[in-house]
Design a protein around this ligand. Structure first.
Ligand code: PEP
Ligand code: MG
Length: 325
């Protein structure tokens, strides 16, 4: 198996009937780009920048961030690198960024909400990402977007920083794609509206499942209720994918589901264009995609959307796999 997978490093991720799926890797530091390239990832679908901010005693400045983002962009070039802006709060806190105690940190002052309130923190990160865009194919992505207003506010800050960089004579890519994580049910429900203003979507299933089912993704006691194949989750994914495509935008998945062998056929059948996962899953995912019949998976996904429970969806997926083997 290992050798068979290895042979796929330079092969495209394409179904038997010709549908191309982008298989990318998630990273938390520029050094991890090497591992992603080593398994033939077609890009970085999620660069979690939190790690640059964690385990240290002060905020990383623009220059330090620029170097990290540039390194990732250069290592991956010409492949795309999607840099997600700071997703702090919730379970992730910073020693040098005092936050008031919150009753519900996962519903609290986190991610894009915090960044929009703390422009002293957000603007240097935007500048660092823009500057890195001169060295590769950099995309910017905002986490935890719940409304069009937040996307507009964040994009307005990007425009302001672009104007300043231009005035300072600093280079950047003029048309850097700006996308959002779809990981809050509200954003899936208004995906048609968000698609007018975002260049791409990446569905964060870890949080989307948690928020849709009101089910803490870390709580063992309710882990049986944390259901990636719950009909409500599938509908939200479908809505997001369809809205993206109607607006001629692409849609990826970068939560754990993207690397899950059971979920991949369903996600492909729902029309997902890109799957971003841990580097260790990339070759297995490519192997799966290359054995797929997209037309058939579209039908199976439509059937899955009509089922009542996760159990029924899983049974359908198992049955259709058995039929293949
Ligand atoms: C997600 O929520 O699915 C996601 C990819 O982001 P994170 O796991 O960093 O919250
Ligand atoms: Mg998330």
């Amino acid at each position: 198996d290992k050798a068979a997978f290895h042979a796929l490093i330079h092969e495209p991720s394409i179904t038997k009937d010709g549908r191309k799926i982008e298989i990318a890797a998630n990273i938390g530091s520029p050094a991890e780009a090497e591992g992603a390239l080593g398994v033939g990832a077609e890009g970085i679908g999620l660069f979690r920048t939190e790690f640059l901010y964690m385990n240290r005693s002060s905020l990383p400045d623009e220059e330090e961030q620029f170097k990290a983002y540039r390194e990732a962009a250069e290592r991956m070039s010409p492949k795309p690198v999607i840099i997600r802006t700071l997703d702090i709060g919730g379970d992730k806190s910073l020693p040098y960024l005092p936050m008031d105690p919150e009753m519900n940190p996962f519903l609290g002052h986190r991610a894009i909400r915090l960044c929009l309130d703390r422009q002293d923190l957000f603007r240097p990160q935007i500048r660092a990402i823009m500057r890195a865009s001169a060295y590769g194919s950099v995309h910017m992505m905002f986490p935890m977007i719940a409304s069009v207003t937040e996307l507009r506010e964040a994009k307005a800050l990007v425009e302001e920083e672009k104007a300043k960089l231009q005035a300072e004579g600093i280079q950047f890519a003029a048309h850097i794609p700006i996308g959002i994580m779809v990981e809050i049910p509200s954003s899936a429900l208004i995906a048609d509206q968000l698609a007018k203003e975002a260049d791409f979507f990446s569905i964060g299933t870890n949080d989307l499942i948690q928020y849709t089912l009101a089910c803490d993704r870390m709580n063992e006691k309710i882990s049986h209720l944390y259901q990636p194949f719950h009909p409500a989750v599938l509908r939200l994914i479908q809505m997001t994918a369809d809205a993206a495509h109607r607006a001629n935008k692409w849609v990826g998945v970068c939560g754990e589901m993207a690397g899950d062998a059971q979920a991949i056929p369903l996600l492909v059948g729902l029309g997902i264009d890109e799957l971003s996962m841990s580097a260790s899953s990339v070759l297995k995912a490519r192997h799966l995609v290359r054995g797929m019949d997209y037309a058939k998976l579209r039908e199976i996904a439509q059937q899955a959307l009509g089922l009542d429970t996760q159990e029924e969806v899983l049974r359908l997926l198992e049955k259709s796999q058995d039929a293949d083997n």
